[in-house]
Every structure is written in C-alpha cells, then in structure tokens.
Write a protein that binds this ligand. Structure first.
Ligand SMILES: Cc1ncc(COP(=O)(O)O)c(C=O)c1O
Length: 361
C-alpha cells in the first residue's frame, strides 16, 4: 500500500473505522512529541459523513464542528469551512475531510486552506482508494490518511483498513496504538528498551492503545488485489460511463459524470451517486429500482447532523436544517452500486433500470 500510494508508511489495522480511531489517538497522545491536538479542540468534519469519521473525534474528547458540503461533489465546502473557523475562533485546530465516493479532494486547495487557518490536516480516504489528483493519491500530503478494505471497497480484506503517513514518529505511534500500546513493533523499539532495563522489552508499553490488529490472512488477501487495482478501477469507470450514457437526456443525473471526460483519475467510483430534480422524482426512482432488484441507499448517511445520536451526544443546539446542501443531497440524491466484478449483463441491467427509473412516477 505504501508503495502504491507513494507514502513513506502504511500501518494496517482491522478496519477503516479503527484507522480513524488510531489517527485521533496518535494526534492527542503521542508517545514522545507534544500533542498535535488537545481535549476540547475543534475538528472540522463534513455534514455528510460516515459515523466513524465523527465518532473517534467525539470519543477522544475533541469537538466535531460540522460543515456543509458541495452538493455536486459531496465534499466538504471549504468556503463554509472558512466561515466555521471564523465563527469558532482558534479553538478549531484540525480538518478531517472525507474524499467521498471515490473522488479526490484537491490537495492544493486543502493544503492552502490549512496553511491559511493553521489547521492540522488529516484525511478520510476510506472511499477513495485509487483516486488521484494533480499526480498525487487522494489524501496524501495530510499528516495521516485512513483507508478501508471493507467488502464493497476497491480492494477488500473482508474487514480491514490502515493509515498512510509520511511521518515516521507518527507511524511508530500507530504501531503501538494498534497493539495495546506496546513498543515491540516500532522501528525505535530498541531505544525504548534501552531506557527501561528492568522492564521486559516484549512487554514494554510506549503509549495507550487498543487491540485493532488485522490478521495475516487479511493482509494476504489485500496483497493479492493491490497489484490489480488499476484494472479494477478501469472497470468501475466503464460501468460509470455506461450509466452516465443511459441517463443522458433523462431527469436523473450521475453526479461526477464530468470527471470521466475532464479528469478520469480523480474518481475511482466507489459507488454511483445519482441525483433527481426534486424529492418526488427521487422517491419514484428509488421505488422503481428496488422493485427491479437494484439496491439503493442514501448518500453515505444523508445529512449526518440530523441523526438522533448527534442530537444526544453533542450538547449544542445544532440545527440540521442549517446544513442546507446536506439536506438537499439527502432529499434529492441516492446511490447505487458500482463494483468491478459486475458482469456486462448486470451493468446493462443497472443502466437500463436507471434509465427507466428516470420516468417512474
Ligand atoms: C468515509 C468512510 N470512513 C470510514 C469508513 C469505515 O470503514 P470500515 O467499514 O472499514 O470500518 C467508511 C466505510 O465505508 C467510510 O465510508
């Protein structure tokens, strides 16, 4: 993975969710350096998010600050993020964008934004393996970026994930954090045992930790697939192109279809986001698709700020309706699958069903 991504280190863990948890743990409780973030610091997160992008922030005592998204790309809206920073002042110390559904957030605009506001940049790339922008893999250039190898993703170890980072000390902390906090898997393990001669070096704990290790067999599955990733993503692009063609001149639209023409490498098509002109047309399309055996789902979770858990866990008067674009996406858009193992017949069924769904009532 490190070689494929062009990262110095890749530390595998047992899921993308654990990768996010390990990143936040390493940021707030590093074993040697000063913490990058301290309890109570604000972290900008998109209003259309996956729960386990947000939960580790909350669970480890930081403060998620939700930001509206761009309804065309589903990415965090950096203008809205700028407004949130101004509103919350310098208590906002980091940004955790998601590279959604296979789309790479532009690394240049992200790093410029972080430099302007003195923010730590960490990236959730769990949905965007194989997506490149300006010759760089999505999320690279962040202090750390997380990946998922869950079943429907670009490569799968059934469950699995990991963290890419160029920071060697951060990578060592991740190796401790994934294994109870012990020092034995670290590149600097000998320097730890040198300082504590009375402690057995196999049971020397450099940091707090979890047990979020993957199994060898999962890594073996992943290694088998990473060499074929380009062919998987090419196939996903063919499926996306066929669907875009089937929806041409209909009421439905494939979000991101323009990347097929303008910047194909910037979209690895984790799933296919489709948008309708109004909620009624979206609901009619969903009913039709499910009736012909095409499974559908909301865009990630829809507007995540509207979830009951958020209202209960964030003791602020957060108003989901303020996230106008996230609400718009929740009511107008949905996703269907896009897997590289779809047969031609399945792809045709998907494309033709979407075409018919566009005129469903
Ligand atoms: C944006 C995002 N982050 C994190 C995750 C969590 O990954 P996992 O299912 O491997 O725990 C997912 C899951 O698909 C995701 O979409």
């Amino acid at each position: 993975m490190a070689e494929y991504l062009g990262a110095r280190h890749f530390v595998m863990v047992n899921s993308g969710s654990s990768a996010n948890l390990a990143i936040i743990e390493a940021l707030i409780r590093p074993s040697r350096s000063e913490p990058h973030l301290r309890p109570g610091d604000g972290v900008l997160v998109p209003a259309i998010a996956w729960p386990t992008t947000v939960w580790p922030v909350l669970q480890l005592g930081l403060r998620p600050v939700f930001v509206d998204i761009d309804p065309e790309t589903i990415m965090i809206d950096l203008d809205a993020a700028g407004r949130a920073v101004r509103e919350h002042g310098d208590s906002v110390r980091a940004i955790f964008p998601i590279h959604p559904l296979g789309r790479a957030v532009d690394p240049k605009t992200l790093s410029e934004f972080c430099a302007r506001h003195s923010l730590v940049l960490i990236s959730d790339v769990c949905e965007a393996l194989g997506s490149w922008k300006r010759g760089r893999h999505a999320g690279l250039g962040s202090l750390a970026s997380s990946f998922s190898f869950y079943f429907s993703h670009h490569i799968t170890t059934m469950e699995g994930g990991g963290v890419a980072t160029d920071d060697s000390a951060f990578a060592d902390d991740l190796r401790s954090i994934r294994s109870h906090g012990w020092s034995r898997d670290r590149s600097d393990a000998s320097s730890w045992s040198g300082t504590s001669n009375d402690i057995n070096s196999r049971f020397l704990f450099a940091s707090a930790g979890y047990n979020i290790r993957p199994m060898e067999i999962q890594a073996a599955l992943g290694i088998g697939q990473i060499g074929r990733i380009d062919s998987y993503i090419d196939r996903r692009r063919v499926i996306a192109a066929r669907v875009a063609e089937a929806l041409d001149s209909t009421k439905l639209r494939l979000l991101g279809a323009e990347t097929l023409r303008d910047d194909p490498r910037s979209n690895s098509w984790m799933l296919l986001p489709v948008t309708a002109p109004n909620p009624h047309a979206a609901q009619a399309a969903l009913r039709y698709l499910e009736s012909v055996g095409v499974e559908t789902r909301p865009i990630l979770t829809g507007n995540f700020t509207a979830q009951p858990s958020i209202r209960r866990l964030l003791d602020s008067d957060i108003n989901p309706r303020e996230f106008v674009q996230a609400d718009h996406v929740s009511t107008h858009s949905f996703m269907v699958g896009c897997h590289h193992h779809f047969t031609d017949e399945q792809t045709e069924h998907l494309a033709q069903s979407l075409h018919k769904a566009s005129s469903a009532r």
